[in-house]
Design a binder for this molecule. Structure first.
Ligand code: GTP
Ligand code: MG
Length: 530
């Protein structure tokens, strides 16, 4: 048993033919194939981007009549859809059917500060609506929620679920990015692109990371990639020092620009000396914490790889969300950078685990490479990033294990992870970067954080095992299954022997159950990302 997580290949497994049959035979009908989004990542990104370009963000007065609002905007062309949300004020996202409508609306609006308009050659699609004779009596605007559920709500939902499978699917449903939230993410990128384009015409700002890789939780940050390839061919020599300098300069310029003129961009920080230089800011209107980078094409490719893994089988996302929430609840992950495991690493660990089931639930990266055709070929900075982009070419897994079993086995697997391993001279945890194979994405993880992860996995495996014997009846309001493993555990676990640990965990659960009878959610730690 080694401490190494690699997505590339599984040692000892016979290469399987993963190619999807031309005419899928009805042999394994798992039922979810139809629901899988079969769109290619690039197709999905282009569609969303085009949609965002036809969209405006409007800061609205608190009291507004939805009908009048829509009637006013429709003067500029038909509206495809719209929604309202709150984030220190009321905002509307309005998507027109045609891009021209945006121009028409902008021409019809007053620019409050003409001096600024001439200094900065862009016209924002972030508008503010002022009503002249404000007399709308009632505002019964339905506003769309952009936040994850409260712990109390989540906890109740989990307690009333019917099975652990049901719990994991419920958690997924509650935390996953909504259609509106996804639209708002693409719109925010598009608004930032308008600003960047003032200096770098034809640049593209693309979202990457959890906003697009199907593993994003409501409230997660918005990772943006400033793609300058369309304007100039920087990528060819970008490893040389000069080009790093150039990227730092570009980000510095964009940072200044966002700071001074970016509508609603606050707390702009330039973090230019990092391995991957970035500009961090908070986009107030959308409520997103944004990280803008530029020479980061590989990260976009990793996002696509995760997108494919997330879309291949409906169990993948449910399990990843469960594990991410579990890690957050036990402070194994944090929004502050440090020696802890990241969500990105956790996702890799789940994928790695699912590749090792028998039969595998997910294919190895090597087999996704063998399915690639000439069109899929991709080399970034000398790294081979080739893999199949067409989801329809990948055969669905014949594995029918339940989520409940997978959750238990995940904890078992990582509860015994790397036990016999003794590698004093290298990082405690090694998760191979799938495309830059000499890099370890979990290099930051300390021995004590790894140990904490392994201990908690063991403990959670044990809690689930115990429950099998005497599961509380579903209507009993007691935390069980996933809810029980999301509960924080008491400190000083590390010094206990396994047997003692088992016993004490048992007592602890009993105590927790007692205390929870009076106040069911009091001890439940914050699972929200931010
Ligand atoms: P959240 O925690 O929900 O934000 O997950 P995330 O996947 O968006 O992670 P994060 O915002 O930290 O990073 C954004 C993206 O950058 C990831 O999805 C990866 O593609 C990439 N990334 C993050 N950390 C690393 C790393 O250590 N190495 C490499 N190569 N890429 C990374
Ligand atoms: Mg992120």
């Amino acid at each position: 048993q080694r401490h190494i997580v690699r997505l590339l290949s599984c040692p000892g497994t016979v290469a399987e033919d993963l190619r999807r049959d031309e005419q899928p035979s009805g042999s394994v009908e798992t039922g979810f194939e139809d629901k899988i989004p079969r769109k290619r990542f690039s197709e999905m990104q282009n569609e969303r981007r085009e949609q965002a370009q036809r969209t405006v963000l409007i800061h609205c007065p608190e009291k507004i009549s939805e009908n009048k609002f829509l009637k006013y905007l429709s003067q500029h062309g038909p509206i495809n859809n719209h929604f309202f949300y709150e984030s220190f004020g009321l905002y509307a996202v309005v998507e027109f059917c045609r891009k021209e409508s945006v121009g028409s609306l902008q021409n019809g609006t007053q620019t409050p500060n003409m001096a600024m308009e001439t200094a900065i050659p862009f016209r924002s699609r972030f508008l503010s609506l002022k009503l002249k004779n404000q007399t709308s009596k009632q505002s019964c605007i339905q506003s769309s929620n952009q936040l994850p559920p409260s712990n109390r709500k989540l906890f109740e939902l989990l307690c009333y679920a019917e099975s652990i499978d049901d719990q994991l699917n419920t958690l997924l449903k509650e935390f996953q990015l909504t259609e509106e939230n996804t639209k708002l993410r693409y719109l925010t990128c598009s608004l930032i692109e308008d600003i960047a384009a003032a200096y770098f015409p034809d640049c593209v700002v693309r979202p990457f990371g959890s906003s697009v890789n199907t593993f994003g939780k409501l409230g997660c940050d918005l990772d943006m990639f400033l793609d300058l390839d369309e304007t100039r061919n920087l990528s060819t020599h970008k490893t040389s020092g000069n080009f790093l300098m150039e990227f730092q300069k570009i980000l510095s310029v964009i940072g200044e620009c966002l700071d001074h003129f970016g509508p609603g961009c606050v707390g702009v920080q330039k973090i230019l000396n990092a391995r991957c230089p970035l500009v961090r800011f908070s986009h107030q209107a959308s409520g997103f914490q944004c990280d803008l980078t530029t020479n980061n094409k590989i990260a976009l490719t990793s996002s696509e790889l995760l997108y494919i893994y997330g879309a291949l089988d409906s169990r993948v996302r449910a399990l990843v969300f469960g594990i991410r929430c579990w890690a957050r609840a036990h402070s194994l992950t944090s929004s502050i950078p440090g020696a802890w495991i990241t969500n990105f690493s956790l996702t890799m660990m789940v994928i790695f685990f699912l590749q090792r089931r028998s039969p595998p639930i997910l294919p190895t990266l090597d087999s996704l490479k063998t399915l690639a055709d000439a069109e899929d070929k991709c080399i970034i900075e000398g790294n081979n990033c080739t893999f199949v982009h067409d989801l329809n070419r990948i055969k669905p897994s014949g594995n029918t294990e339940t989520l409940e079993l997978l959750l238990k086995e995940f904890f078992e697997y990582f509860g015994n992870f790397g036990r016999e391993q003794n590698k004093p001279d290298s990082s405690p945890l090694y998760i191979q970067n799938p495309f830059e194979t000499s890099l370890n994405i979990s290099k930051n993880v300390s021995q004590s954080q790894l140990q904490k992860f392994v201990d908690l996995a063991q403990e959670s495996a044990w809690i689930l095992q115990q429950e099998d014997a005497h599961r509380p009846s579903v209507s009993s309001n007691q935390p069980w299954g996933l809810a029980a493993v999301l509960l924080p555990s008491v400190p000083n676990r590390g010094s206990l022997t396994k047997k003692k640990r088992k016993r004490s965990a048992n007592e602890r659960v009993k105590n927790l159950l007692e205390s929870l009878k009076s106040n069911r959610t009091a001890n439940f730690t914050e699972t929200n990302e931010k």
